[in-house]
Write a protein that binds this ligand. Structure first.
Ligand code: ZN
Length: 251
């Protein structure tokens, strides 16, 4: 059975629509979203409306920031979060849609376990806020503590850097493994990358397909009309132009 795993959409509707079309084209129906539906980008409402159809959606730190008090964000990210909150609070001519979105975000879980598979936004140890970067393979204490919490395989986003961490403390970028990894007996931690703001130097939207029969994860990249997103970001004074510029470089 195949599931598509998406994360860190960050209100980028053009990227989300391109990814959803790519997933549909493969005949995959079950989509799990690992959080950060909003924050940074220009279309929070439209992205939530799409993500509400996913089978599973987890709470990300930016979703939490929009709902409650943003903590630990830099100035540009915080401004984007306050603007996002305004967008979600303004009921406009469709109050029931606004309530529906707010209620949806308000009850999102922080983790989801399905057999040997654990899904979180940040890390198994701190599902909402902890980053696990590729260079953390040199931080044995941290990685051993995190792997101890994993039963089989975990999936996360948050860093926007896709790849596979193995229990023997190695990290493989999608390029290094031909975009596919086959699970063995050892535990693994998979970062599914970011749909709406990739930061691994590839500006294309990123997502993963988990095949629980073949026991593989496959990394996918999808082109989208990112110049449209950039121009929308430029047009909103509360969103720093940098948030658009970085989409062009995937940084
Ligand atoms: Zn994020």
């Amino acid at each position: 059975m195949k599931r598509a795993l998406i994360s860190d959409i960050h209100s980028n509707l053009e990227a989300l629509e391109a990814v959803l079309a790519d997933i549909r084209a493969q005949g995959i129906e079950d989509i799990y979203c690992l959080g950060d539906v909003v924050g940074y980008g220009p279309n929070p409402r439209e992205c939530i409306d799409q993500i509400m159809k996913c089978k599973v959606c987890l709470l990300g730190n930016h979703d939490q920031g929009a709902l409650f008090d943003p903590e630990g964000f830099n100035t540009g990210a915080e401004r984007a979060i306050f603007w996002t909150r305004d967008q979600l609070e303004s009921t406009g001519d469709d109050p029931s849609a606004a309530h529906r979105r707010w209620d949806f975000l308000g009850v999102l879980p922080r983790n989801y376990q399905e057999g040997p598979y654990l899904f979180v936004h940040g890390s198994p140890r701190n599902p909402l806020n902890e980053y696990v970067f590729p260079e953390d393979i040199y931080n044995r204490r941290k990685m051993e503590k995190i792997f101890a919490l994993i039963r089989g395989h975990s999936f996360q986003g948050h860093t926007h850097v896709p790849g596979v961490f193995t229990e023997d403390l190695r990290f493989f970028s999608p390029d290094e493994i031909g975009h596919q990894f086959k699970f063995g007996d050892a535990k693994t931690m998979v970062n599914v990358g970011s749909v709406g703001q990739p930061r691994d130097g590839d500006p294309r939207a990123c997502y993963v397909v988990l095949d629980t029969e073949a026991l593989t994860v496959t990394f996918h990249r999808v082109e989208y009309p990112l110049e449209q997103t950039v121009q929308k970001i430029y047009a909103v004074p509360e969103l720093d132009n940098f948030l658009g510029d970085r989409l062009r470089d995937g940084r």
